[in-house]
Design a protein around this ligand. Structure first.
Ligand SMILES: [Zn+2]
Length: 235
């Protein structure tokens, strides 16, 4: 073998070694980014959910056909959801845990400041998403069934609402309602994270209003909301 052929072989060998190195590093890069995705998923699962029980204190919310108070039903269901989520090791922050508004100055501006404070709390926690719990009312007493509202301009809010609506329908065979878009509710407009409003039922429907005050039915609704939240978090 001449010197020149030896150099040629040496050159080819170095080239081959370099190619192997490039291929290996590409594979390593892919592996590493895969690990990062997995880590991000893990982090996502440990993130927080904010539960907002609507109204409270001097603001009763809707009043039912038998004088049921929306604020009380909202809080009872929210507390049940909180307990169930904590059992699943999901971190939960509540905007309120007792019968009060989020502003103590009882004047004409109280309701607005209460809503502003809810929004501030939710945005401050930066949750995966927020669930605001309410009860509905309608002039036609026949209307019933839980319904979820989402912010029209948020695809994430829409997806969460559709998942939640499905979970609520599964728990109530008589419910055929669909998730509904909205772009006027203050809470939906001002919250910087995906948020949905769950109207658990109609206090204007005698049967549903009665059911909504029983711990058994509240448990069923809370379980359905938890199912919806868990499914949303897995997506
Ligand atoms: Zn309400």
């Amino acid at each position: 073998m001449t010197d020149a052929t030896g150099k040629k072989i040496e050159f080819i060998l170095i080239l081959l070694a370099l190619m192997v190195l490039v291929l290996l590093s590409k594979k390593l890069e892919k592996y590493a980014s895969g690990e990062i995705v997995k880590l991000a998923e893990k982090e996502k699962k440990s993130q927080v959910i904010v539960l907002d029980a609507g109204h409270g204190g001097s603001d009763p919310g809707k009043i039912g056909v038998h004088e049921e108070k929306e604020k009380e039903i909202n809080l009872e269901i929210a507390l049940k959801v909180e307990k169930m989520l904590k059992k699943k090791k999901i971190k939960v922050i509540m905007t309120r845990t007792d019968d009060q508004m989020l502003d103590d100055q009882s004047d004409a501006g109280q309701k607005v400041r209460d809503l502003r404070e809810r929004v501030r709390k939710i945005n401050g926690e930066k949750p995966v998403f927020a669930v605001s719990i309410h009860q509905n009312s309608y002039p036609d007493a026949g209307i019933h069934g839980a319904q979820v509202f989402y912010y029209r301009h948020s695809a994430e809010s829409e997806q969460a609402a559709k998942t939640m609506q499905e979970a609520l329908r599964a728990a109530d065979i008589g419910n055929t309602r669909q998730a509904k878009a909205n772009d006027t509710y203050y809470l939906l407009k001002r919250t910087e994270v995906p948020i949905i409003i769950v109207e658990c039922g109609f206090l204007s429907n005698p049967e549903e209003a009665k059911k909504l005050t029983t711990p058994e039915y509240q448990d069923d609704v809370a379980k359905a909301i938890v199912n919806g939240i868990v499914t949303c978090m897995e997506k």
